[in-house]
Write a new protein. Structure first.
Length: 298
């Protein structure tokens, strides 16, 4: 609670109290009320009780410890790429991916009531949001200032009372914290969209006959062409690879770990054969979850 600006704390405590009373209905998200992750909870789990958490680690721990049934975590943005740290936290969390959703991100520049745009010199927001608006910020002559969260930035602007500082956040955040809308649609491109994953302690039964995705993590062997060989089974079996990200762990530069998304479920023969070949050329493979593919249009 102490990490949130004062205007957000009352709302945070109200939401947390409701989640504590019914953890089986709670869905944890990172950020202050009004964050885009809050909007993702509303979209993906409309009957859930939103549980705000200050960090991604706390968001995941809420599910691990039984304080929430689900966590909704951003993983990648169409303008600014992957969300930092999530690709590492997901595989080691022990949680299962049970769904996904997309949220159209429409940034607003939010200032103190009565403040003209000409008086603003700094824009406060999460580094992802700053990156998604970097060209517009340069054109407006605004200095970007990093903050832990978009909605919390709006609350911080309301708390600080400094007219030269504005926040980049959602319209909802502006309404919650009493900020004026100075610029709407601040993002550098209209297609700005963030993909969120829904996590749970156990897999969710798959229903319907719609398209499925499977997420997995693996580490290739430290041999020439290891990745090429490991992924060859997906090509030869006609399995589409929709996402592939690499990262190094433990200070080693000799072998990379990867997180990947593929189309289909592991019990399909082509997917099963592809995963067998992947396992043969990898040190280990971990399935993170199979879930319905969400429509790209929010």
């Amino acid at each position: 609670m102490e990490s949130y600006p004062a205007p957000a704390r009352t709302i945070v405590e109200t939401l947390r109290a409701a989640a504590r009373a019914a953890p089986e209905r709670a869905a944890a998200f990172q950020g202050a009320p009004g964050a885009y992750s809050h909007q993702a909870v509303r979209r993906a789990l409309p009957d859930a009780l939103p549980l705000p958490c200050f960090t991604f680690e706390e968001t995941i721990e809420a599910v691990v410890e039984g304080l929430a049934a689900h966590a909704v975590i951003p993983v990648e943005n169409s303008l600014y790429g992957r969300v930092a740290d999530v690709h590492v936290l997901l595989p080691e969390s022990g949680l299962f991916i049970v769904g996904e959703t997309y949220v159209k991100v429409e940034h607003c520049l939010l200032g103190l009531p009565g403040t003209p745009l000409a008086a603003v010199s700094e824009a406060l927001s999460h580094p992802q949001a700053l990156g998604q608006c970097r060209h517009r910020l340069k054109a407006l002559g605004l200095r970007p200032v990093a903050h832990a969260d978009t909605a919390a930035a709006a609350a911080a602007v309301a708390e600080a009372g400094q007219p030269q500082v504005a926040a980049i956040a959602s319209r909802l955040a502006g309404e919650l914290y009493g900020c004026d809308l100075l610029v709407e649609g601040l993002q550098d491109a209209d297609h700005n969209c963030t993909r969120f994953l829904i996590l749970a302690r156990t897999p969710r039964p798959l229903e319907g006959d719609g398209p499925l995705k499977t997420s997995l993590a693996f580490e290739v062997k430290n041999v020439p062409a290891a990745l090429y060989k490991a992924l060859g089974g997906f090509a030869t079996n006609g399995v589409n690879l929709t996402r592939l990200e690499s990262h190094l762990r433990g200070g080693r530069f000799t072998a990379a770990e990867f997180v990947a998304d593929i189309e289909g479920a592991p019990d399909l023969p082509p997917v099963q054969r592809a995963l067998e070949e992947l396992a043969f050329h990898s040190k280990w493979v971990r399935l993170l979850g199979t879930y319905p593919a969400a429509a790209l249009e929010p």
